[in-house]
Design a protein around this ligand. Structure first.
Ligand code: HEM
Length: 248
């Protein structure tokens, strides 16, 4: 979402000397990919577009349901569709930070909570379909299934971990929990790994690992990016410390 024709807001040179003439792309790279701020109005529009677009999987299911297009096994269709979209939203949520760092578009962070809540929403629909139409609210049968089938065990684990994240995704919780909020929300990495295991295990039984392999690669790249970024940031801090205090 670059702004064509609009110059990048370059950080003024500390020395007061005019910045050399460089292309916007080069300037952005030099500033650690920091981009021009976006107006509040554009953020509202961006949020609205994402909010509506994220309702597509639900709309599709409702449309298919009303037009009798859920196939021979509608429960299976809904379970699989909501499961896959939960994973898709988990991946999109995980992609926000790498994208922000690579593009400098800090406003992307403003979408993260909504995307995470959509992951929870589709996860809840997925679980509800299983709980309601597959198991008919039979808590004992679910308990046995969670213990018996490893793919259900890890899926259940992922969903249970998502609950506190969704419950504490609001500003009041962020303020109340302070630094603990960040620690808690690191559970998203475990959730993504459990979700991949869930998908992998389920499809391994059917000898159909094509899609799980694609999602496993996406999650590995997204988590790997964070790891590499954290290592680089730590090394930078260590180098800065070794160089001693800044002389003014
Ligand atoms: C974060 C949580 C979860 C994610 C990301 C997730 C994701 C998925 C995915 C991607 C699929 C396969 C869809 C396909 O075939 O294309 C799936 C299937 C399924 N999941 Fe989940 N799931 C989660 C939680 C759960 C939970 C909590 C349960 C039940 C306790 C569950 C039960 C199932 C069942 C029964 C299937 C269908 C199996 C079949 O059709 O043979 N999942 N899930």
């Amino acid at each position: 979402m670059s702004e064509p024709g609009k110059p990048m807001s370059a950080t003024p040179a500390r020395s007061g000397a005019p910045a050399p003439a460089v292309s916007p792309a080069a300037a952005r790279a030099r500033q650690g990919a920091r981009a021009a701020p976006v107006t509040p109005r554009r953020i509202v529009i961006m949020k609205l577009v994402v909010f509506v677009a994220a309702l597509y999987p639900l709309g599709r299911l409702v449309f298919f349901g009303l037009s009798n297009r859920l196939g021979a096994n509608p429960i299976e269709f809904i379970t699989r569709s909501t499961g896959l979209w939960t994973l898709v939203f988990l991946c999109i949520t995980l992609a926000v930070t790498p994208l922000r760092r690579l593009t400098g578009r800090t406003e992307l962070v403003r979408l993260r909570r909504m995307l995470g809540l959509y992951a929870f929403f589709y996860g809840l629909l997925h679980f509800t379909t299983y709980f309601w139409f597959d198991q008919w609210f039979d808590v004992h049968a679910i308990y046995k299934d969670v213990l018996k089938r490893p793919f259900i065990t890890v899926g259940f684990g992922a969903f249970v971990l998502l609950i506190p994240l969704a419950a504490t995704s609001f500003q009041a919780a962020v303020r109340k929990l302070g630094r603990r909020w960040q620690t808690l929300h690191r559970a998203i990495y475990a959730i993504a790994i459990l979700a991949i295991l869930h998908f992998w295990w389920m499809k391994a039984g059917k000898h159909d690992l094509e899609l799980p392999k694609i999602y496993a690669t996406i999650v590995t790249v997204l988590l790997g990016f964070r790891l590499v970024w954290a290592v680089i940031a730590r090394r930078k801090v260590a180098l800065a410390k070794a160089a001693g205090p800044l002389k003014r």
